[in-house]
Ligand binder design. Structure first.
Ligand SMILES: [Zn+2]
Ligand SMILES: [Zn+2]
Length: 211
């Protein structure tokens, strides 16, 4: 059965973010996915304040609890356990078997959060990573290149090369460089979109490595 992904549940995991910020994220998602996502609902998933969640497991829990199209937001780390990596942490990921994406705000925050500008920066980055993961839910894939939208900002699906920049360099160059609008190629793809289940199991990851 095809799932309706024109409505999205934005789920707060634990007490990580205010209700009004979640609503703002929902509004931004609606704007960027105009014609694709018509409505959002803000929800809460009770969770302990832990250092990290297993990202794939979390997507499965959220799928069972909410079903349909889900974006989960946490301030804990999201981890994966790829066999060839000692330790993996991701900005966000999506379960390839359903339409559940998760995003972590933890490593998007400056080391000290004191001013409104700091909060705005975290919010902005959270929106940009969220747009990227929700884009994956619509079948969009990463741009290895620095693809621009018509407003001159990087397309939210831009991925770039993590190793070239190092962690903070990557956040500033790629995530901060992204805008709210998709590039022509992505817009064209979205117009043709038909919801299908991805045949490959597992988590589609947007990762960085901690050494
Ligand atoms: Zn990606
Ligand atoms: Zn694009």
């Amino acid at each position: 059965m095809l799932e309706n992904i024109s409505k999205i549940n934005i789920v707060r995991i634990g007490d990580c973010i205010t209700y009004s910020s979640l609503k703002e994220i929902g509004e931004k998602i609606l704007e960027s996915f105009q014609g694709m996502i018509e409505d959002f609902k803000v929800c809460h998933h009770e969770a302990p304040a832990v250092e990290r969640f297993d990202a794939l497991f979390l997507t499965m829990i959220l799928h069972d609890e909410f079903g349909g199209h889900v974006l989960g937001i946490t301030d804990s780390d999201l981890t994966t356990h790829d066999e060839d990596e000692f330790y993996n942490t991701i900005f966000g990921g999506k379960n390839a078997m359903n339409h559940v994406a998760v995003v972590s705000t933890k490593r998007l925050s400056p080391s000290e959060v004191v001013s409104q500008g700091d909060y705005d920066l975290i919010f902005d980055r959270t929106v940009k990573v969220s747009l990227h993961e929700v884009g994956h839910n619509f079948g969009l894939t990463d741009h290895a290149s620095y693809q621009q939208a018509s407003d001159g900002s990087l397309c939210p699906m831009s991925r770039g090369e993590f190793n070239k920049f190092g962690y903070w360099g990557y956040v500033r160059a790629i995530i901060d460089g992204r805008g709210m609008n998709f590039c022509d190629e992505c817009i064209h793809f979205l117009k043709q979109f038909q919801p299908i289940r991805h045949p490959l199991a597992g988590l589609l990851k947007d990762k960085f490595y901690l050494h």
